[in-house]
Design a protein around this ligand. Structure first.
Ligand SMILES: Nc1nc2c(c(=O)[nH]1)N[C@H]1C(S)=C(S)[C@@H](COP(=O)(O)OP(=O)(O)OC[C@H]3O[C@@H](n4cnc5c(N)ncnc54)[C@H](O)[C@@H]3O)O[C@H]1N2
Ligand code: MOO
Length: 407
């Protein structure tokens, strides 16, 4: 039985801060480079090597002294002996003697004594002797040591979000593992006796369970590791038994459903008086919320209506999880655009409507109902109607949060 009275509504900002305070930063761990995609670097990285590590050729051709081929022309080639062949990967050093050429491949070390590379296209391609048909200026087609990175330079700063170019750079300076904040581990649990796992037949009165999958996907989208516990029935003992075995291995428990004012509010019944506070946030959808620490485990209980659950995750949980993983940018991009339609919102509550923004104009998608998941799935932004606005007129400016996704 749910019997805790709901307290006065608290603001979106205050509730966001409350949830953020629940989830401490994850520990720093060393992970193989490829397992760091999307994670945040925890320490500055000085490069142990220069890049390039040695002067090397940018072209397949011949390493020469520029002065030896200064008179070369298309119809008056300069002929030079080719005593040495330098494929990429050759590690011994054979200096270039004046009036000779070394055949050299892209990426191979330029021999001491050479100051330019002639492209093979500007020669006859000879192997013992080469006819050079064009002059080159000193320095031509040589990639200098340290041109990209100087040994000891900080190449990646703590706080960098690691994508493909950053991970490529880490490998290029010889690192196999990186210090990162490990992904948050989030237990996702849906409740509700009406819920049926997708793939099974439905009886009248039942619906498919979708919140656990949606919330787990949202955790994964930001680089977290969800563990989905498919719904438990509206039964307090089953709820406690279900989470008991995971409680020591996760950073956060997210539940959906069972937090409003009805008679079978299992989440509320199981967690009231156990470190979790149930409150009302001045937002629509997503009003009924709960959060706290249960037996040492941070818990956020989201309302069950699918759009309420998704939006609550978006507003309160997502920024907290991103911050715990070391992200500095934890909010969605916000832009101010014109509304293509009139919007009505309850007073003293911030409303988030689903919308589609394009070319500076946002068009609402679907109504305000928190069961309208298809409208959410067809949106690319959230329209933020402030607490003090009950009507947004067509053509008025509104803030939208860019979600990406549907275009
Ligand atoms: N008398 C009142 N009734 C309600 C109030 C209220 O203030 N007074 N608040 C409403 C609001 S707002 C919301 S939001 C919901 C929140 O209720 P619960 O968190 O207890 O959620 P449920 O009742 O369990 O479910 C609500 C709705 O969502 C469907 N649902 C739940 N879980 C899932 C899931 N995992 N996958 C798909 N769909 C799910 C469920 O079948 C219900 O239709 O309470 C209002 N009522
Ligand atoms: O606040 Mo409920 O979360 O609107 O649907």
């Amino acid at each position: 039985m749910a019997n805790t009275p709901l307290s006065a509504p608290i603001s979106v900002a205050d509730y966001r801060a409350r949830v953020a305070a629940l989830i401490p930063p994850t520990p720093v761990t060393l992970r193989p480079v490829l397992d760091c995609v999307g994670l945040v670097l925890a320490e500055d990285l000085p490069s142990p090597v220069s890049l390039p590590p040695f002067d090397n050729s940018a072209m397949d051709g011949y390493a020469v002294r520029a002065e030896d081929v200064a008179d070369a022309e298309r119809h008056a080639a300069v002929a030079l002996p080719v005593p040495v062949d330098i494929p990429a990967g050759r590690t011994d050093i054979v200096p270039l003697l004046p009036h000779t050429a070394h055949r050299i491949m892209t990426g191979a070390p330029v021999p001491p004594g050479a100051d330019a590379v002639v492209r093979v296209e500007d020669t006859d391609g000879g192997e013992q002797r080469v006819a050079v048909r064009a002059p080159v200026a000193p320095g031509t087609h040589i990639r200098r040591t340290g041109e990209d990175v100087t040994e000891g330079d900080t190449v990646l700063r703590a706080g960098t979000v690691l994508g493909a170019p950053q991970l490529g750079l880490a490998a290029a300076i010889g690192l196999a593992e990186l210090p990162v904040r490990r992904p948050v581990r989030v237990l996702v649990l849906s409740t509700g006796s009406e819920l049926v796992a997708p793939g099974n037949p439905l009886l009248h009165g039942q619906i498919y369970e979708s919140n656990s999958l949606m919330l787990a996907a949202a955790v994964r989208e930001i680089g977290g590791e969800p563990i989905v516990l498919r719904f438990v029935p509206d039964d307090v003992e089953a709820f406690h038994a279900t989470i008991a075995e995971h409680i020591d291995h996760v950073d956060l428990l997210i539940t959906s459903g069972g937090v409003s004012a009805g008679a079978y509010e299992v989440v509320k019944d199981a967690l009231t008086g156990q470190g979790v506070d149930f409150v009302r946030v001045a937002v629509q959808p997503g009003g009924p919320q709960g959060s706290g620490v249960f037996k040492g485990l941070p818990v956020v209980t989201l309302p069950g209506n699918p759009v309420s659950a998704a939006l609550s995750f978006e507003l309160f949980v997502r920024p907290a999880l991103l911050a715990a993983m070391g992200h500095e940018v934890i909010r969605r991009p916000r832009v101010r655009v014109r509304s293509a339609a009139e919007l009505r919102s309850p007073s003293a509550r911030r409303q988030y409507r689903r919308g589609h923004v394009e070319d500076g104009v946002v068009t609402p998608v679907g109504g305000p109902g928190s069961h309208l998941l298809a409208s959410f799935a067809a949106s690319n932004c959230l329209i933020e109607v402030p607490e003090n606005a009950e009507v947004i007129a067509e053509g008025d400016l509104v803030d939208v949060l860019l979600l990406g996704g549907a275009t």
